[in-house]
Design a protein around this ligand. Structure first.
Ligand code: NAP
Length: 286
């Protein structure tokens, strides 16, 4: 029930109506019995500063950020975490001590299911397909996981070079190499983790995959296939990987876990991850 004491959380984006964050956060808030509500805020790019000032004025406790504000919000925050600076994007903001703080929980969200495996990653190079915004969070996560090498595969040489260079100034200093798509066959046999961070395979074109059946067959038997896409579940890529017996993870878990990490920052208590996951599965009709 919304009362006079209810505290505000939310998500900003433009548009924001597609966001599933209100569904999983309000389910979590209800389960925890917290006096909070989580709302969607469509904020046009030229109103971002006005909105942030307004949030401070009305006492909003914190919020998530989605496209197109993940980068442009950074100069408006008083404190941005090292991991968010390394990734170059903020997805979670909170108000404390009279200032806005920001971080990025996408890397933690991506990592959560991999860390649960309790594997030694020191001999397992990671391969990331794509070099966009999500790939940056995956690089930070793979570095934290302790992989010896991160191979980033892309289709645009200039963008790949810029991507590699952008990490040279980073405090993380991940061991990155960049590769054109036609080197895949040579690289796949030594990969311990392969991540699809392209939209290839996403609805409404679920029949395509970033890898051919033959390329999936080149992966070592203990390799893990991870697709950031969450519609459809599973993607064609993950179906191929399961077909040759690989362990797979999809983007729904990353979405749930990045949300759980944000909720824990705001509420300072463990998030009900199972409730958040089930709320999304119910919403998706799965
Ligand atoms: P983005 O910034 O637009 O980057 C997309 C990347 O994919 C770019 O490197 C792009 O290459 C590449 N790409 C696009 N189409 C391709 C094709 N046909 N063949 C090869 N490469 C292609 O997007 P993003 O924000 O990184 O998101 C990527 C995916 O991750 C999306 O499916 C998104 O839904 C998903 N995602 C999931 C979560 C989650 O929580 N599960 C979070 C964030 C993103 P160019 O640079 O050459 O165009």
């Amino acid at each position: 029930m919304i009362k006079g004491t209810t505290q505000l959380l939310g998500v900003i984006g433009y548009p924001v109506k597609h966001s599933m964050s209100p569904i999983m956060h309000n389910a979590a808030i209800a389960t925890l019995g917290l006096d909070y509500v989580y709302l969607p805020f469509p904020i046009a790019p030229d109103r971002l500063k006005t909105a942030i000032d307004g949030f401070a004025a009305v006492g909003l406790q914190g919020f998530n950020i989605t496209i197109p504000h993940k980068q442009t919000i950074m100069p408006l925050l008083a404190n941005v975490s090292d991991v968010a600076q390394a990734i170059g994007a903020v997805n979670t903001v909170w108000w404390r001590d009279g200032i806005w703080w920001g971080t990025n929980t996408d890397a933690a969200g991506f990592l959560a299911p991999l860390q649960a495996l309790e594997r030694d990653w020191s001999q397992s190079p990671a391969m990331i397909l794509g070099n966009g915004g999500a790939a940056r969070a995956v690089v930070a996560a793979c570095h934290q996981l302790g992989v010896p090498e991160i191979m980033v595969v892309g289709r645009n040489g200039a963008k790949l070079t810029a991507f590699a260079q952008s990490w040279q100034q980073s405090p993380l200093k991940p061991n990155i190499s960049v590769h054109p798509w036609d080197q895949l066959d040579d690289l796949l046999p030594r990969v311990g983790l392969v991540v699809n961070s392209t939209p290839v395979g996403m609805a409404p074109k679920p029949e395509v995959s970033p890898l051919t059946d033959g390329q999936v067959n080149l992966l070592p038997s203990q390799a893990i296939a991870y697709d950031l896409i969450y519609t459809p579940r599973p993607t064609r890529f993950l179906q191929q990987a399961r077909g040759v017996g690989l362990v797979t993870f999809d983007g729904l878990e990353m979405l749930v876990q990045q949300g759980a990490a944000a909720l824990e920052i705001w509420t300072q208590q463990p998030a009900p991850v199972d409730v958040m996951r089930q709320a999304l599965l119910d919403h998706l009709g799965q």
